[in-house]
Design a protein. Structure first.
Lengths: 165, 462
């Protein structure tokens, strides 16, 4: 009986972990974009592209650097060390390439609210953290939804407590 | 056998039932039975209430994460829950109303704290109402030893501690597309006085990707180092700037800041990004140190233009040319500088930066053409390589400048402009996210004089 309980527990943990193992790209519902290419997304993440096609200014919203989502983005897109993330953005503000720092928020709930309220917002959160209500929508990347094969933003590893990686 | 099983089973069950009834009849009287019944009923109602409360809270929580607070409260119909209570058979409890108010108030507080924390974490700094002012800055402290003291640049002792620049960097968003930027530097000069320099003061209009306009005092779009690192010593890998891009008021040959208007932008093309920047500004004063923040002595404006390509095929590579044109006014107080000088600076940079590698190269040709017909050319540049290994970053830089010694503009300056040939090796260590220790040794030949310098610097950002 105990063995069965342990197995059920392990299976549940695996299911829950996998449920959060993909990053969803969410934008405000008023945004005309529904499908975005990986390259375009990279340009947005690197602040090379700062405006949507409808003229709205892009507001980047991230979870904290210790989150799996942001760390995956840093590994895949920025290719810098985690503790250089602040320096990366500080240099962009210092060079006057961008007007303000990206928003970094702890709670997925607050991120959902902000994306609902800011027309040009784009945020990166766990798939199952995306609110099904509210003024937000999930973007396809290269025509793929997060549950489809070929979706690029899959989290590879779990949270590491060592920020200097 | 099976024929007898059924009657036997019936008998056994009947006996069991009778026994049970007897036991109950013996143990619980009618009054006690009623009491037990009431108690169970009360417990059941209590549990039911708690369940309903939990469910409502859960529902409110999930809805609250999406919808604004006021909207949510207004839109939610207040329903009542009919509950059977043993004491009061039908009691109407407006649970949702109470819970909504309580939860809204609680969440309001939580969300405000959350957003405040978020603002703090963003580095948005001091908050004055809706308009956010961000203040960050840089500082550095140095220790140096050198074996030779040449020129005015080296007019102090051979070993010393020195305060570097104290740099306050402020930005404020005035609207979704307008922002303000200021960089004020407190410099400590050898006389012991503190000089306050407004290095940048501008208003920025962000039209779109292709067009951004800066009006005020800004870094000139000349090469890579000048518009990128400038006063942020903590940003740069090395202790000092390369000699060719040293500040004008520290004896550098290039103009670095100016007052005017600058337009810039990026075109995201197939295969590469094309960045451009173009500035029209007051230009240089009569000598290398005169600033023209308030007016322009000769009314002739300086023009700088820069293009930069970032090919997608090699991530981290940036390269491009820049050109600067100005007419330097004559100096009426100096008989050796009685002519205007047409100045054209051609520059180019190739930069490659990845997670571990930093390769910076820049070269400039400074052409001074006097009206009298004399033409002078100065050539300079640097190449810097650094490789990051965990928190350590060893680096090497080669600096080179070859001045035209008869160039009156440099010759008549208050600084000595030496031909420079310097090798620098060093190690940068990231002590924390915002503090780096740099240790370096450099061997330079300045106009045939050898100088060895050992330096230690702690550079920080706050």
């Amino acid at each position: 009986m105990r063995l069965i309980s342990v197995i059920v527990f392990v299976v549940t943990v695996i299911i829950v972990t996998n449920a959060h193992a993909t990053i969803a790209v969410v934008v405000n519902k008023s945004n005309p974009v529904t499908d975005i290419s990986y390259n375009e997304l990279k340009q947005i993440l690197e602040a090379r592209k700062q405006y949507w096609s409808n003229g709205d200014r892009i507001t980047l919203i991230f979870k904290p650097i210790v989150s799996n989502e942001t760390r995956t983005l840093i590994d895949m897109v920025y290719k810098i060390k985690y503790d250089e993330f602040d320096k990366y953005w500080f240099l962009k503000v210092y060079d006057n390439k961008i007007m303000e720092f990206p928003k970094i928020l702890n709670s997925a709930g607050t991120i959902n609210i902000l994306v609902s309220e800011i027309q040009g917002a784009i945020a990166f959160i766990g798939v199952y953290e995306v609110s099904k209500r509210g003024n937000i929508k999930m973007l396809k990347i290269n025509g793929k939804m997060p549950d489809e094969d070929g979706y690029p933003f899959k989290i590879k590893e779990q949270i590491s407590l060592n920020p200097s990686r | 056998m099976t024929r007898f099983l059924n009657p036997i089973a019936i008998v056994i069950i009947t006996l069991l039932l009778i026994t049970t009834k007897c036991v109950y009849a013996q143990e619980i009287s009618e009054a006690e039975y009623q009491q037990l019944k009431n108690r169970l009923k009360t417990e059941f109602m209590q549990k039911l209430k708690e369940e309903i409360k939990k469910e409502l809270l859960g529902e409110l929580k999930s809805e609250y994460t999406i919808e604004p607070k006021q909207k949510q409260v207004a839109e939610k119909p207040i329903t009542t829950v009919k509950v059977n209570d043993p004491k009061n058979e039908s009691k109407e409890v407006s649970t949702r109303e109470e819970e909504t108010v309580k939860y809204t108030e609680h969440q309001k507080g939580v969300e405000e704290i959350e957003l405040d924390k978020a603002r703090y974490r963003l580095g948005e700094g001091l908050t004055f109402g809706e308009q956010l002012l961000t203040i960050r800055g840089f500082g550095n402290v140095n220790a140096r030893y050198r074996d030779n003291n040449i020129g005015e640049r080296f007019d102090s002792g051979d070993n010393f501690f020195s305060l570097g620049e104290f740099d306050l960097f402020m930005t404020s968003k005035l609207s979704n597309r307008i922002s303000f930027l200021n960089e004020t530097v407190f410099e400590f000069d050898p006389s012991g006085e503190v000089e306050i320099d407004i290095e940048r003061l501008l208003i920025h209009y962000d039209v779109n990707n292709l067009l951004k306009i800066d009006v005020g005092k800004f870094f000139l779009p000349v090469g890579y180092w000048v518009p990128t690192y400038n006063h942020g010593v903590w940003f740069q890998t090395t202790m000092d700037r390369p000699d060719i891009v040293n500040f004008q008021d520290k004896g550098g040959p290039l103009p670095t800041h100016d007052t005017g208007i600058k337009v810039s932008g990026s075109a995201l093309l197939e295969g590469f990004d094309l960045n451009y920047a173009c500035a029209i500004s007051n230009g240089r004063g009569v000598n290398t140190t005169q600033r023209q923040n308030f007016d322009d002595v000769n009314d002739k404006k300086a023009l700088s233009l820069q293009f930069e390509v970032q090919p997608h095929i090699v991530e981290g590579l940036r390269l491009g040319p820049s050109v600067y044109y100005d007419v330097i006014p004559e100096d009426e107080t100096n008989p050796n500088r009685e002519n205007e000088i047409r100045e054209i600076i051609y520059g180019g940079h190739i930069v490659y930066t990845t997670r571990n590698i930093e390769l910076l190269t820049e070269a400039f040709v400074i052409n001074h053409d006097e009206v009298s017909g004399d033409v002078f050319n100065t050539f300079g540049g640097y190449a810097q390589f650094a490789y990051t290994i965990n928190k350590f970053k060893p680096y090497y830089r080669y600096d080179y400048i070859d001045y035209d010694n008869s160039d009156t503009f440099y010759r008549e300056s208050k600084f000595d402009f030496f031909d420079t040939n310097t090798h620098t090796i060093g190690l940068r260590y990231e002590l924390s996210h915002f503090n780096a220790i740099k240790f370096e040794y450099s061997h330079g030949v300045f106009d045939d004089e050898d100088v060895n310098i050992i330096g230690l610097q702690t550079a920080f950002s706050f």
